[in-house]
Design a protein around this ligand. Structure first.
Ligand code: ZN
Length: 449
């Protein structure tokens, strides 16, 4: 078994891993590097259509051209997408044409989000598709034998996320990006601990593991905790004449549910604003996973959004605005509001609740600092970090490794800064660096006999 660490092994983003067993190559994820194109999710201007060449030039795509060098490209039989986040899915539309024989495999929600992206970016993808449910199995007929893939429900921060166990003639490869162990999820079931233990007993050869918060000595709290924080934050906005904006991750349907549930109690009308929120919410509606669809209205296009924000300016107490832009992405709705580029002019006593934390990347950190400075000048009340991460921390990782007992561990989803603490952790569990735990830069091949 050979593993090519294509992308996401030197940064947080552009996740992509390829596994070769005899003459078959399976790709796991094809994510985009968001900081390179932080504005891609927004905005309503339809002129901005990205193309592969530009995205490659700015380093936004994983460098899958290395597969040409290794002679793997024509052997790719499938591209499996573990969940719908753009750092796992967002590059697929731009590079999948290189693999015409490959099936795209994903859960219904992930596939629906892919369709939303393809539609808005006006990209046509002809590859065959296989929609797989959580906790299902799919057998792929490779040119050198059957490859059985198991899609195991994983708890994270969007809908229908899966771990993937790929059983091959050369052993089982396990792909664990992204997850946390959430025993009290707001939508969906708790983790499948028994299944994971069972797979561990049967034997795992290689585990590629989400290392993002491996330095944090804790278990990441449940989304239920975030729900309590949302309730508290929303209930503390009492001024009936002030504007009220909540911003969060557009893909976080559970979080949006909490915002809507407690937002309803304010008596304000809840309006989702922006294309990105529209895409994910619409995908959730399409697969029957949007419990709050009757409680909201959505505004998608810039004209519509600006005319709505004009109404808010005159009647600030009537609405609860839910929008993206929590990372202060240039061109996002929140960025435009804060910079007075819309008819809504924020003033003293208005409220912004950030149901998010700043993604630890210098681009995001600097952008948020600039935004917060502007907000402070206006006297806007800010509640920030009303959030619990969807990524596990050190104890989540310890639990997963203990259950799966893989022969080899490869940390992913970050640079050395994120990956080294995971090497230390598995060292405590008996793994030897360079023998059974491995660090690999982007674009290299690791071989396992
Ligand atoms: Zn994710």
């Amino acid at each position: 078994m050979e593993v090519c660490t294509i992308g996401g092994f030197e940064q947080v983003g552009k996740n992509m891993t390829a596994v070769k067993v005899k003459d078959d190559v399976i790709i796991f994820d094809a994510g985009i590097y968001l900081p390179a194109i932080i504005e891609i999710q927004e905005e309503e201007s339809h002129e901005r259509i990205y193309n592969e060449k530009d995205l490659r030039r700015i380093g936004a795509l994983p460098d899958d051209l290395v597969l040409d060098k290794y002679g793997w490209t024509n052997k790719v039989k499938a591209i499996v997408i573990g969940h719908a986040h753009l750092d796992h899915l967002g590059a697929l539309p731009y590079l999948v044409h290189r693999y015409p024989q490959a099936e795209i495999i994903a859960t219904p929600f992930t596939m629906a989000v892919l369709d939303e992206i393809l539609e808005s970016e006006k990209i046509v993808v002809k590859n065959r598709r296989r929609i797989v449910k959580e906790d299902s199995t799919y057998v792929l007929n490779g040119s050198s034998g059957q490859i059985k893939m198991e899609f195991i429900h994983a708890t994270h921060s969007t809908l229908q996320c899966v771990f993937i166990a790929m059983h091959t003639s050369e052993g089982t490869f396990f792909y664990a990006l992204d997850f946390k162990f959430d025993n009290y999820p707001i939508i969906g079931d708790p983790p499948r601990y028994n299944k994971l233990r069972e797979l561990g007993r049967k034997g795992i050869k290689v585990l590629v593991l989400d290392a993002l918060y491996s330095k944090l000595e804790r278990k990441t709290p449940s989304e239920r905790i975030a729900r309590n924080m949302v309730e508290d934050a929303i209930s503390s906005v009492r001024d009936r004449n002030a504007a009220f904006i909540v911003t969060t991750f557009s893909s976080h349907i559970s979080r949006l549910k909490s915002i809507v549930d407690f937002g309803k109690k304010t008596g304000r009308q809840i309006i989702f604003v922006g294309r990105s929120l529209y895409k994910y919410t619409n995908a959730a509606i399409k697969v029957g996973q949007c419990p709050f669809k009757k409680d909201i209205a959505m505004m998608k296009y810039r004209k519509q959004v600006d005319s709505f924000l004009g109404k808010v300016e005159k009647n600030r107490g009537k609405y609860l605005i839910v929008c993206t832009g929590h990372q202060a992405e240039p061109g996002s709705i929140l960025d435009r509001i804060v910079k007075d580029e819309t008819p809504l002019k924020l003033r003293e006593g208005d409220n912004i609740v950030f149901c998010s934390s700043v993604i630890p990347d210098p681009v995001n950190i600097n952008a948020r600092e600039r935004m917060d400075k502007r907000l402070r000048k206006k006297g806007v009340r800010i509640q920030t970090d009303v959030h619990v991460s969807g990524h596990g921390a050190r104890e989540d990782m310890r639990d997963l490794v203990n259950m799966l007992k893989p022969e080899h561990v490869i940390p992913a989803h970050g640079s050395l800064q994120q990956e080294t603490p995971l090497i230390e952790l598995v060292g405590e569990l008996g793994y030897k660096f360079g023998e059974t735990s491995h660090l690999s830069p982007n674009g290299k091949i690791l071989r396992f006999d």
